[in-house]
Design a protein around this ligand. Structure first.
Ligand code: ADP
Length: 535
């Protein structure tokens, strides 16, 4: 800071750019970054696995989220530190690419960082550590490919898919209903999957939730669900082979514009006006009936008069349907959205095999199911649950299960979960380490140790002795040459994950290792942190 004077003799202060910034360099920078990353990973570590803990997060406006999903926890945690934000990104990219394994990837990255810190302290250059990690991750990814199994399923034999989705769901809050939810997820994916091209468009699966009922009432609907009911209680509740007129024009007579005025000063005039209005309604209903519509779905509301008339003329109708839903109905039923009654033609009607209104128990809630639509294979997963938090968490869990099923259709290779794949990779990496004559050898070994921390976290979270359990399982794997031995989190009596049916997708696991290595390499390569000082 320096004091100077301008040409009029007025004083001013010169602040040097550097002075308003704090700076960390070299090893200090790396250590600070590593500890920030490790801090974020530690938070998630306790949430890993079937016995993992849940986190409760409160948003500034008081909304509460209880979840076990890594991506969601980090998303809502409001991380301030830039390196912490990288970890959030890491979990998000795993979520985006694969959909599952979001906690595991952060735990792995945290373990790699912890190991890296030790190596840096021993004087190994960060670039050598990064290179060693790169070599090790390649060995691990190749090894995963070798120990992976293909498993066969067909459109009718979906049990293996259900089993894998159950592994995903078993570590979530909803594990009470994991069997039925896994079946729903697999059936939903199968309904929209293209098995020839091995592709699944998850956009065709809509996940809806409504508070009320039990989690067990969650169901899969082969069609669309609209949170509306028939406009008149006496209209039919079920229409088969429905021909649907989708309207964006209201059922009401045209209103006079503000500059026009209608003077009604005699009873006769009033009667004529009323008759005219009635005729309008009558014409509108007639136009719908003429084209053969058996159901009207309208974006706007309608008069009581029109409502009554619709009921009387036996034309069921639904009102106040939102624009987005209207579009969805139009796409699914192959209909066109019609903005004027005059434009209604039979070809513009949407077709659905069954439209029904369903009431839920004693509550007054009613919903409209539009099923067996003409044009689309779109399905809806309709989640029920006691409160909003539960429904939101179920939505997230179903998302994970859907992603797992999709990944398996794309690539049906699996590896065994419960830390089995990590232990097997750790053994392979450890064995390969000796082949490297340079300093990288240490980093490769550190990678193997970091791989161990995933099964260790699983054991710790299940209340087992982490080191003892890990060493027992590891020696069993080597002795039996069996890459399926993992941590018996649920105390099922066997460490063989094949018997416990704990699978994970190969691409998910490979992605976890690759992403974690990339992020850690990135963090290690930062040796100068310049940030503005806070006043
Ligand atoms: P993520 O968000 O990474 O999927 P989870 O909390 O779902 O994290 O935990 C997944 C881990 O739990 C995986 O390593 C998986 O193999 C393991 N796991 C899931 N179910 C079991 C089980 N029944 N026994 C042992 N491990 C399990």
């Amino acid at each position: 800071m320096a004091l100077a004077f301008d040409e009029y003799g007025r004083p001013f202060i010169i602040l040097r750019e550097q002075e308003s910034k704090s700076r960390l360099r070299g090893l200090d920078a790396q250590k600070a970054n590593i500890s920030a990353g490790v801090a974020v990973a530690r938070i998630l570590r306790t949430s890993l696995g079937p016995k993992g803990m849940d986190k409760m997060l409160q948003s500034p406006d008081g909304d509460i989220t209880i979840t076990n999903d890594g991506a969601t926890i980090l998303e809502q945690m409001d991380v301030d530190n830039q390196i912490g934000k990288l970890m959030v990104e890491l979990s998000r990219s795993q979520d985006y690419e694969i959909g599952d394994g979001t906690t595991g990837v952060v735990v792995m990255a945290g373990a790699l960082l912890e190991q890296a810190e030790r190596l840096l302290e021993r004087g190994i250059h960060p670039i050598r550590v990064a290179e060693g990690y790169e070599i090790a991750s390649k060995i691990a990814v190749d090894h995963l490919q070798q120990i992976s199994h293909k498993f066969e399923f067909t459109a009718t034999h979906i049990e293996p898919l259900v089993q894998t989705c159950m592994t995903t769901l078993s570590s979530k809050i909803v594990n009470r209903c994991k069997r039925s939810l896994a079946e729903i997820a697999v059936k939903a994916v199968m309904a929209v999957a293209d098995l020839e091209r091995k592709d699944v468009n998850l956009d065709l699966i809509k996940v809806e939730g409504k508070v009320g009922g039990k989690l067990e009432d969650t169901e899969l609907i082969y069609g669309i669900l609209v949170d509306k009911d028939m406009s008149h209680p006496q209209m039919p509740k079920q229409i088969e082979d429905a021909k649907i007129a989708i309207l964006t024009c209201p059922f009401e007579p045209p209103k006079p514009k503000t500059k026009h005025k209608v003077d009604i000063d005699t009873v006769e005039k009033f009667q004529t006006l009323r008759q005219q209005e009635q005729k309008y309604f009558d014409d509108m209903v007639q136009q719908c009936k003429d084209v053969g519509a058996t159901l009207v779905i309208c974006q706007w509301g309608f008069d009581d008069e029109a409502n009554h008339l619709l009921m009387h003329r036996n034309l069921p109708a639904v009102r106040w349907v939102g624009g987005v839903e209207l579009e969805l109905i139009a796409i699914a039923t192959g209909g066109r959205i019609v903005p004027r009654f005059q434009e209604l033609t039979p070809e513009k009607l949407g077709k659905a095999g069954l439209v029904r209104e369903k009431a839920f128990g004693t509550t007054k809630d009613r919903m409209l199911y539009i099923e067996h639509c003409a044009n689309s294979r779109a399905v809806t997963v309709f989640i029920r649950g006691g409160n909003k938090m539960m429904i939101e968490e179920t939505k997230r869990s179903i998302h994970d299960a859907l992603c797992v099923a999709r990944n398996l259709i794309r690539n049906n290779s699996i590896v065994y979960g419960g830390g089995a794949a990590e232990i097997s990779c750790s053994i392979a990496v450890e064995a390969a380490a000796d082949k490297y004559p340079g300093v990288e050898q240490y980093a490769v070994r550190a990678f193997a140790d970091a791989l161990d921390s995933v099964p260790m976290a699983l054991a710790e979270n299940s209340g087992l002795q982490p080191i003892e359990t890990l060493s027992a399982v590891k020696s069993q794997q080597i002795k039996e040459n069996n890459p399926c031995c993992g941590i018996d989190c649920n105390d099922a009596g066997t460490t063989d994950m094949r018997e416990q049916n704990v699978f994970e997708t190969l691409i998910g696991k490979q992605q976890q290792l690759l992403l974690a290595t990339q992020v850690v390499k990135m963090i290690l390569k930062i040796d100068d942190v310049i940030s503005p000082t806070e006043y």
